[in-house]
Design a protein around this ligand. Structure first.
Ligand code: TXA
Ligand code: MG
Length: 320
């Protein structure tokens, strides 16, 4: 199993040797390696069983470092970088040749972000290369939001997990690019669309596609538990499963459904707080996935604040 700790020096030495670590950020934990080392980058794909057509996000410790790896940032995106970095925002920028095609899956853009987590920033500022880091989960499974989640699934494949506690945001970064002057959102996430629109005006949210190899975070089925995950009206779904004698778990926004006698249940936020719901989402899904049930029943949230991004994850978890 991996060692878990807060030793930046140890993490740095492992990364310098071309090995991988579990890496805390404010969104989810990453599986990090030296983005300039092709072997390390290939190990990332192998370790999480990720198809090589799904490009990686490159993390740096400051905006200034990014110009080493990308062409100058477009004015609109520059405004977003200045407003939201460090933070849960990823920008798609034209790459320089020192970022290899392995990182970008052959695309001429590279996804970059400055994470807002003290340990992550200390580490990034102590090394002289950027870190490629996808979420530290096996491809297609629920993303990890604490060190033990990484240990459970990838602990036998990496030497060290840097423990930064529970992720404060709990949803992956919002991915933003620009096409012919129009700001485009490729993935809903931890930076709200309304906050982005306050800076750059109306954005285009790319229709969610099941077959867009350019942005597989948008694959129809993703973030999924191993158990069947069904989204709908919990009351009527529960009646159906109870009638057939099946054991079920319930994932709800704020409602207590214990009167329906679920085998296990998880409430995302009793006070209907969207930030709390986002923080709890992936650990709640994991908990229910481990319960002794044959199905997980869940409901959508109102489409406001993080509700939209949370519903996006719930729908992909439910997609077959
Ligand atoms: O919050 C996050 O973004 C976390 C933490 C660890 O930083 N990382 C993360 O990485 O969610 P990952 O690999 O699970 O998701 C990255 C998404 C993928 O859907 C990938 O397709 C998209 O970013 N992506 C990366 N480079 C891209 C590019 N050049 N063009 C379009 N999409 C890109
Ligand atoms: Mg992921």
């Amino acid at each position: 199993m991996a060692q878990i700790g807060t030793d930046i020096g140890r993490a740095k030495a492992i990364l310098e040797a071309g090995e991988l670590i579990g890496f805390p950020t404010e969104t989810v934990y990453g599986l990090a390696g030296n983005a300039l080392n092709t072997n390390a980058v290939m190990k990332i794909f192998e370790t999480k069983n990720r198809p090589n057509f799904d490009p990686l996000i490159v993390h740096t410790g400051s905006i200034d470092q990014i110009s080493q790896y990308t062409h100058p940032i477009d004015g609109e995106l520059q405004k977003l970088a200045e407003r939201f970095w460090p933070g849960p925002l990823t920008l798609l920028l034209k790459k320089k040749p020192n970022i290899s095609d392995h990182v970008t899956s052959g695309l001429d853009t590279v996804a970059v972000r400055v994470p807002d987590h003290p340990l992550a920033l200390d580490l990034l500022r102590s090394i002289d290369f950027p870190l490629a880091a996808p979420s530290a989960n096996p491809f297609g499974y629920i993303s990890p939001t604490r060190a033990s989640h990484v240990q459970d699934q990838l602990g036998d494949k990496i030497p060290y997990i840097l423990d930064g506690g529970d992720c404060a945001v709990g949803l992956e970064s919002t991915i933003v690019g620009i096409e012919e002057g129009q700001v485009v959102i490729y993935r809903l996430g931890g930076t709200e669309i309304s906050a982005i629109e306050e800076i750059v005006g109306k954005v285009l949210i790319l229709p969610q596609s099941s077959s867009n190899p350019k942005s597989p975070g948008m694959l129809k089925s993703h973030y999924a538990p191993r158990k069947p995950f069904i989204l709908g009206d919990i009351r009527s779904l529960a009646e159906k499963y109870a009638a057939s004698g099946g054991k079920f778990a319930v994932l709800s926004f704020d409602t207590d459904y214990s009167a329906l006698n679920p085998q296990a249940s998880f409430i995302l936020s009793k006070s209907r707080n969207f930030e709390e719901a986002a923080r709890n989402l992936f650990s709640g899904m994991r908990l229910l996935d481990q319960a002794d049930v044959s199905v997980i029943l869940a409901e959508e949230l109102p489409e406001e604040h993080f509700g939209k991004a949370i519903n996006d994850r719930l729908r992909r978890a439910a997609a077959k």
